[in-house]
Design a protein around this ligand. Sequence first.
Ligand code: GDP
Ligand code: MN
Length: 391
Amino acid sequence: MKIQEADAKRLLLAQGLPVPEWEVARTPAEARAAAERLLTRADKVVIKAQVLVGGRGKAGGVKLAGSPAEAETTAATILGMSIKGSVVRKVLVAPAADIVREYYLSAVLDRAGRRILLMGSAEGGVEIEQVAAERPDAIVTIHADPLLGLEDWQARTIAFRMGLGGQLKAAVAIAKGLVRTMLANDADLVEINPLAIVREAGADGQPAERLVCLDAKVTLDDSALYRHPELEAFRDPDEEDPVDAEARAAGINFIHLDGTIGCMVNGAGLAMTTMDLVKRAGGEPANFLDIGGGAKADKVAAAMRLILADPKVEAILVNIFGGITRGDEVAHGLIEARGQQVREVPMIVRIVGTNATEAAELLRAARFETAASLDEAAEKAVAAAKAASAA
Ligand code: GDP
Ligand code: MN
């Protein structure tokens, strides 16, 4: 699950990391009020679109304002703006930082290495993928120990190699804090870009430099969310894909893919096998979909809606192995779903196991196309999809 910058910053703050204060505004008037408060401590405020996509700066979603009135008009241009398909519904307002230099620092789950990987670069601010592609030597990496976490010497090594020797203590604290943030929340990514040296008025009124997290991106491991019920509050209903939201509400395991053959299967293993067989028959699955055990008719109908929400779907392959799930229940669900279907798509059904005979009768009466074996079903579905895309 991706979370908004403001929420990611809350997780960083909870680990004691240096994050400039901020407020979240949903209207230009709220942005103005926030700016009134924050401009007592800075010359300008920065107004940032809160959307779950990167590159907001480049898209015009990050702007400075020097007065409450300007904050209001600037917020008015950013709110409602669409960035990479996401509509901006809220903005973050913060005292604008006087940036001396921008760095990049992230902690990411390295699945192959089975460790947390720290990545740092003195080339911050820009997209790290670009740095990685053009100048891979500009990125320094180090693995945290799975038992000991990130040790001090490791944090110092990465800080020196990033050119942050002048901010060593702060850099070490931040690097270690990223790893703690990751472990405390079961995150799979904690990214600070930019991590910035900023100029501020020190305690004596003289300018002083400080290392702060100006941006934050955190993605949480969905499979571990049950361990952090409080993080559910960070789920942004405005930005969640409606199809994903419906799948979650219906208790269906659904992953959208790029192909043309919608698959409805019970059981994760059978769903994977079905996708393999679709591929072997020369097709591409449009999704992974596991309706789970004991699915009733309404769940089948919900699964059908999810599949048909994808305009690329040209054929549907239903593969049910009845155990706890009863074949006739699924057949009823399919009949009901077809009655509500907004789009005509060929469907090939294979139901075996519990109440398969009853299912076959129902499907025959409703004139469904069926298949006796899984291979036959996959071949028929692929042929139907090809015929549909040729038509
Ligand atoms: P992103 O483009 O979505 O990654 O959004 P960021 O929060 O990283 O902002 C993009 C860029 O805007 C940063 O790299 C900075 O150059 C600039 N920026 C962000 N916050 C401030 C700020 O407080 N002051 C100044 N001067 N620039 C900022
Ligand atoms: Mn950024």
